[in-house]
Unconditional design. Structure first.
Length: 414
């Protein structure tokens, strides 16, 4: 959640940052109004409490002096009722402000480029040169049909559109990629964790999926439980409402999970093939960091994901997301986009994000800094999205007859 103290004290500066993330002016005005109502309610409450303290002292004085206290007692009782009423108003004003704040995105870093959409993202660098084919490269769904690797029709039959079945060598390759990613991450210092694929609503609030993006989640009927959209949710929330010691930081975690998303906002986009599925495999990296170390860890995570793609021989590029394309919880994000020769374009395969203290404030994850409790910084990123890596291997390692080679680093897993 955004820092409301910072927002209140630096309203114009903070609100301009929210506008960069797409918050409209009417919402900014509503924020201002709710701050004003809370301030007014708190001021009235403080005045009533001060009056109560004054009368309480007078009450004691009257008793010591043997004076009649009946009128004063009536005033004290009346003021108590007023305090209760004003406290209720202050609580309501605070709840309304907190409710609105939960729907506010994170402030973007000053380094984030201005822009409205992915067209305004800034390329940082390219890694590896795309292969030149002496034939027209096929797209992954064509290669899947030739090799019998992906059964789209039966995936739809088993569930609905945007589900698919991997068969034979592709299923083995999927498993190989998962193991390869986990091994690389462990070598980099990430602890491997196996987590529940169903989390409760509190955990999803902690990382920012709820309440704003509830329509994109698969909810368990009759329960406040959801299929996870990413392992970022359980990994980050392992420490929900906990106070860590400074020496425990950083905590580096990695996990394989299937991920479940309705992708409600993507109707009509990437409907063919496996680019955008309701269920997909991903190996996630999560870091819980000391605030002064999060930038260093952010760079390490980006380098690690890029290194995995390089070991696989997959050309890719690093792109810094502009303010308008930045995710809800992110303060700064670098996307890794892999080259797909069949589509003749780069496509996102990983997003590495530093959320600063945004998720930690929602999830109440703190560390002991001397005698003071401070919010940690949380970071997350894919290393990597497994299905998209499978697609990238299919298209980049295809032969003219449609057969597919396997990258050398995966041979021991196959």
């Amino acid at each position: 959640m955004i820092d409301l103290k910072y927002l209140e004290k630096n309203f114009n500066e903070a609100s301009s940052k929210l506008i960069k993330k797409g918050v409209d002016n009417s919402t900014i005005e509503t924020l201002k109004e709710r701050f004003a109502k809370l301030k007014e309610a708190n001021n009235s409450l403080e005045v009533a409490k001060a009056e109560q303290n004054k009368m309480s002292k007078l009450f004691g004085q009257y008793k010591r002096e043997g004076k009649d206290i009946s009128k004063l007692k009536a005033k004290v009782d009346q003021n108590k009722e007023l305090i209760n009423s004003l406290q209720a108003k202050a609580n309501e004003a605070n709840s309304k402000l907190q409710e609105l704040a939960l729907s506010m995105p994170n402030f973007p870093d000053n380094s984030v480029p201005m822009g409205e959409s992915e067209d305004d993202n800034v390329e940082i660098k390219k890694v590896l040169t795309p292969r030149e084919f002496d034939f027209k490269p096929k797209e992954h769904w064509e290669l899947a049909e030739i090799n019998g690797w992906i059964d789209f029709e039966r995936g739809v039959k088993l569930a609905k559109s945007r589900f698919s079945v991997l068969r034979g060598e592709s299923a083995r390759l999927e498993r190989a990629l998962i193991n390869f990613f986990l091994d690389i991450n462990r070598e980099k210092g990430f602890e491997e964790v196996y987590v529940p694929f169903i989390n409760n609503a509190t955990m999803l609030k902690g990382t920012g999926q709820l309440p704003k993006f509830g329509d994109d989640l698969f909810k368990i009927e009759g329960e406040e439980l959801y299929l996870i959209p990413t392992a970022e949710v359980p990994l980050t929330n392992l420490y929900n409402d906990e106070i860590l010691s400074e020496k425990e930081l950083p905590i580096l975690l990695t996990s394989y999970t299937p991920c479940f998303r309705k992708e409600a906002g993507s109707a009509g986009r990437d409907t063919r093939g496996m680019i955008r599925q309701h269920q997909f495999d991903k190996v996630e990296m999560v870091a819980l960091s000391h605030p002064e170390k999060s930038e260093e860890i952010f760079e390490m995570m980006v380098e690690n994901a890029s290194n995995i793609l390089t070991q696989l021989g997959l050309p890719h590029r690093l792109v810094k997301l502009c303010s308008g394309d930045l995710g809800f919880s992110s303060s700064v994000t670098i996307d890794l986009e892999v080259w797909l020769p069949g589509q003749n374009k780069y496509r996102e395969i990983s997003s590495i994000s530093n959320t600063r203290d945004f998720q930690a404030r929602r999830a109440k994850i703190r560390f002991k800094d001397g005698k003071k409790n401070r919010l940690i910084h949380t970071l997350n990123g894919s290393a990597l999205a497994v299905g998209r890596t499978l697609i990238a291997i299919m298209e980049n390692y295809q032969k003219e007859d449609g057969s597919i080679e396997i990258p050398n680093v995966l041979e021991r897993y196959m």
